[in-house]
Design a binder for this molecule. Structure first.
Ligand SMILES: Cc1cc2nc3c(=O)[nH]c(=O)nc-3n(C[C@H](O)[C@H](O)[C@H](O)COP(=O)(O)O)c2cc1C
Length: 379
């Protein structure tokens, strides 16, 4: 049962009557934020005809592991901070009462298991003081976890100011700032802002202006080698490739377009539902073209897939939808899921004879089928 089931509705204590234009704008953002979690929870918005390509990565069983399972060490470091495991709860939400509860539960898990957590786009928190606590709750319950603030590339391109971005960072006392690049989502979203002109210069200026590291991320369409090289030149510190094969934002926005009877956007959403660079391919392209810490995300659903991403060249892995689903069910579901994922990573490492993350990253692998042939044809 999730928050959006009829008999389990969360009372919206910030759902005040609309008094003026600003209130109505804030209500619109809240509605969009609520749909952004309700739709993926209720409908199937995962990739339909594509995949992460991780099924084309074969690992080689080690019958002589020369280590005890209990010795396997998942700890690692990223951007100068220690993590108990190479895992991040990927950026998702904020701005509604459901989001407050989700972020609270996710923050508690991040703190307890020493993993990272990204917040959803924080523009809503800038527009209304009342919405701030749906984000800041994460820091309240996770005083030591690596928390990542979040803004949209389109908003940066439209002129979001450095002082406003500082406010967003302060809202959760963030360890890093993620800028999400989501041209596909902005394109399909009925009220989208597909305007990215001048974005790289804006990112470079911000990288110069703020003290904490910047992570540039996609939201499910992947990062190419060329884009990674251009991003690196802007002075950012890390890339989250968020490839295709998992949550489809074209899919989510298509469903929103259907609800608004926006036929053109609905057709565009269907056409581009599976658009993007599969996660495994994106990790290989980016890790072979730039030297910088990489986060893998997009369709990762178990610890074996996470281990594959680390072997292919990522430094951390992130999951969004699987955490959302469990967080919307119960604290217990969420904790059991997290423990399973960690056990799965550890088990894969044991079967490969890798006692720590460094040794895992040096494990050999075989690329097969579509992934091997697509790389062979890449010029
Ligand atoms: C409900 C939901 C909300 C999301 N909101 C954001 C967001 O506000 N900012 C962002 O950078 N990415 C956002 N994402 C994208 C995720 O961080 C991630 O890149 C993407 O969903 C792929 O991971 P997955 O297949 O594990 O869901 C969101 C994803 C989901 C499922």
């Amino acid at each position: 049962m999730s928050f959006f089931d009829e008999d389990n509705k969360v009372q919206d204590k910030v759902g005040m009557p609309v008094e003026n234009e600003h209130e109505s704008f804030v209500e619109q953002i809240k509605k969009r934020k609520r749909e952004g979690i309700e739709i993926p929870l209720k409908e199937n918005t995962q990739g339909k005809r594509n995949s992460t390509y991780l099924e084309y990565v074969k690992l080689i069983h080690n019958a002589l592991p020369e280590l005890d399972f209990d010795e396997v060490d998942l700890s690692t470091s990223f951007l100068g901070k220690s993590f108990s495991a190479p895992l991040i709860i990927d950026s998702m939400t904020g701005g509604t009462d459901e989001a407050f509860l989700i972020n609270k539960r996710l923050g508690q898990i991040a703190e307890k298991y020493g993993i990272g957590m990204g917040l959803g786009s924080q523009r809503a928190g800038l527009k209304s003081e009342k919405l701030v606590e749906s984000y800041s709750i994460a820091r309240e319950v996770a005083p030591n976890a690596f928390l990542i603030a979040n803004i949209g590339g389109a908003q940066l391109s439209e002129g979001l100011s450095t002082p406003d971005i500082m406010k967003i960072i302060k809202m959760i006392d963030a360890d890093a700032l993620a800028i999400h690049l989501n041209p596909l989502q902005e394109l399909i979203q009925p009220e989208g802002e597909p305007r990215f002109k001048g974005i790289l210069n804006k990112i470079a200026k911000l990288a110069n202006d703020i003290e904490i590291p910047i992570i540039v991320k996609e939201v499910g369409s992947g990062i190419s080698a060329d884009v990674a090289i251009r991003l690196k030149s802007s002075g950012i510190q890390s890339i989250n490739i968020a490839g295709s094969g998992g949550t489809s934002w074209a899919g989510i926005e298509k469903i929103r377009a259907d609800r608004q009877n926006d036929d053109i956007k609905s057709r565009l959403g269907e056409l581009f539902w599976d658009w993007g660079i599969p996660t495994a391919l994106s990790i290989l392209l980016v890790s072979k073209s730039v030297k910088m810490p990489i986060i893998a995300s997009g369709g990762l659903r178990n610890g074996l897939e996470i281990a594959k991403c680390l072997i292919l060249g990522s430094d951390l892995c992130a999951m969004a939808f699987p955490f959302l689903r469990r967080a919307s069910e119960s604290e217990e579901e969420l904790e059991n899921f997290t423990k399973s994922i960690l056990a799965e990573i550890k088990s894969t490492m044991f079967l490969l004879g890798a006692g720590n993350i460094k040794s895992l990253k040096n494990t050999r692998y075989i690329l097969t089928d579509k992934l091997a042939s697509v790389l062979g044809n890449y010029e």
